[in-house]
Design a protein around this ligand. Structure first.
Ligand code: X2X
Length: 339
């Protein structure tokens, strides 16, 4: 009895001291009503994550701490394939994913990745903020996921290699190239007679380092922030497709947020997307020199021979058939005739 009483007194004395120090902090740091996870596959230093941090702070401020966003960059919560199933089940609430990879669930979502469709960023944003993007978002919704209005930029993709530069479509013959997990990517590099291997981004650096594959393709902002230049020698500015990330949300989690708070969250996410687009476009325009200084050897092949090769391989006709007349017409309205 007396022993436990003394222990109790000691314990309460200790908690009084702790309480005295801790109380004001506890009063300030109120637990958020909603604490949602946002996961992605890109390094912490990529503009996607720097803008996401700003956006999380803005959301917290405008909701008076009621909505908290926890960011998990760099495949911390798994590969894209893992994270896609987690956002569907509700294990994570938010996830950014390339439309091309999302096409394993929503076939229409890869349409912006059709080879050599987009000539420049102006055309991209007009289409993706316009009818083509609206069509894709509608299909994402039908598949049971929520998606924010503004797509985030990944960029125009370039081809890197440890073995040889790509000067024209013939150099792709037999080329062992990593592609993301997506039927469109595989189809396009098969049309070039390359040997594409589907590998999640989380495994790309090591696949290049161990030479499981010779090359890969990504925008300069990723080649730089993911340090792929450390394990690649050549960078061919093929600009073969434009790729972007849809900001996805688990439907149940999204609808659990009151409408007024949802509007605040969506506003800041979409604003961050627009800022991220500017950051990435700037990086993609300016990184060549920096990467060359790190040892990458650059070349810029002409586009027409690649396009001709895809045409003669039946690539455009095949994908027009898959997406259907209506979706293909939206793409051609934005970029001009392809097939
Ligand atoms: O996996 C890739 O190459 C990346 C990072 O560009 C995408 O998310 C599509």
């Amino acid at each position: 009895m007396s022993f436990s009483r003394r222990a109790l007194l000691k314990a309460s004395a200790a908690s009084a001291v702790l309480g005295g120090l801790g109380a004001p902090m506890v009063a300030r740091a109120q637990a958020a009503e909603f604490s949602y996870k946002y996961a992605n596959n890109l390094p912490d230093s990529h503009p996607m994550n720097t803008r996401a941090k700003e956006m999380a702070a803005a959301i917290k401020a405008e909701t008076n701490g009621r909505f908290e966003l926890q960011i998990f960059p760099n495949n911390q919560l798994g590969s894209d394939t893992d994270m896609l199933s987690q956002v569907r089940s509700g294990g994570i609430e938010f996830f950014t994913l390339s439309g091309l990879i999302l096409s394993t669930l929503v076939p229409a979502a890869s349409i912006n990745g059709i080879g050599f469709a987009f000539p420049d960023y102006d055309t991209v944003w007009k289409a993706m903020d316009g009818d083509l993007g609206a069509h894709v978002r509608g299909e994402i919704n039908k598949a049971g996921l929520e998606v924010m209005d503004k797509i985030w930029d990944n960029g125009f993709r370039q081809t890197t290699s440890s073995t040889r530069p790509i000067n024209g479509p013939d150099d792709f013959k037999g080329f062992k190239i990593r592609v993301p997990v997506s039927p469109l990517w595989t189809s396009m590099f098969k049309a070039f007679d390359a040997a594409p291997a589907s590998i999640n981004f989380s495994e790309v650096y090591s696949a290049l380092q161990t030479r499981v594959v010779e090359g890969q393709e990504n925008p300069l902002a990723i080649i730089s922030t993911a340090k792929l230049y450390e394990v690649q020698k050549y960078c061919s500015l093929t600009n073969h497709m434009w790729d972007g990330f849809w900001f996805l949300a688990n439907r149940r989690a999204w609808q659990a947020v009151p409408a007024d708070m949802r509007a605040i969250v969506a506003k800041h996410i979409n604003a961050a997307a627009v800022n991220e687009r500017a950051d990435v476009a700037k990086l993609n325009a300016n990184l060549q020199q920096e990467l060359a200084a790190k040892g990458l050897v650059f070349n810029q092949p002409a586009t027409a021979p690649f396009r001709d090769k895809l045409k003669s391989a039946g690539f455009y006709a095949e994908w027009k058939g898959k997406y259907g007349e209506q979706a293909w017409a939206l793409l051609e309205k934005a970029v001009g005739r392809l097939s």
